[in-house]
Design a protein around this ligand. Sequence first.
Ligand SMILES: [Zn+2]
Length: 286
Amino acid sequence: MKKFLIFAMAILLLVAGCGKQEEKKQKKQVKPPVVEKEEPKEEKVEEPIQEETVNEPEAVPVVETKIEAIPGQHRNPNEIVVVIDPGHQLRGDSTKEPNGPGSLVMKARVTSGTTGVSTRVPEYVMNLDVSLKLKTELENRGYTVYMTRSVHEVNISNMERAQYAETVGADIAVRIHGNGSSNQSIQGAEAYVPSGANPYVSHLANASSALGRCVIDAYCAATGFRNRGVITSDTMTGMNWSTVPVMILEVGYMSNAEEDQKIQDPTMQNNMVQGIANGIDQYFGF
Ligand SMILES: [Zn+2]
């Protein structure tokens, strides 16, 4: 009986933590970036300039089983470092950089993002406004927070934003974006994470997926925004270069007039950052 109990406890511990266990496991297996095999010299593949913002409402949400955190696995938030990446910047930079470590696919360093259809607020402004509020909220909860940028006039590529997390010893990276679509009726929030088949960061897929699930669910609960789920993407430079569990939160569709207005509402922004912080708490088991 005793043996059975110990066994049962062990199983519980393994599945606990909304991905935290997975993350710890992943940390031990940090592999050097996958470098693509030397192939006969080819012309570099040029992809059309793509924003990190993905405007594909048809993308299939990942079905996740709910993992519940259990008490006793908690670390102190003071030991946890969060990097927030406020997406885009004042001016895009169409100079190219590799889409992942060793990749021959070259993509624009950084784009300037979308614009609110009703408020005309640029995405890079909204991203930073929300990120600064999120930083304050997370610091109030005890986390250590670093931002990839705190002003608009910078030139930091998506690769550099991803690499920044390692330089500050981050545990996770959360990238804040606003979405846009030519279909102005589309509403809702989405989380983007790398998939298990990602050629560069497959070892971060499970932890990133758990992080994405925790954040999108808590975010939508706090805001009432439609939950469009966790979606995998392996073409985003800012995730492919990551060394820590990473996600993009698309806070809502700035191409939808109603949602654009809501995103600019100060009370709603408070709800937004509360929700994101709740999701991060949940991921770490607080
Ligand atoms: Zn964006």
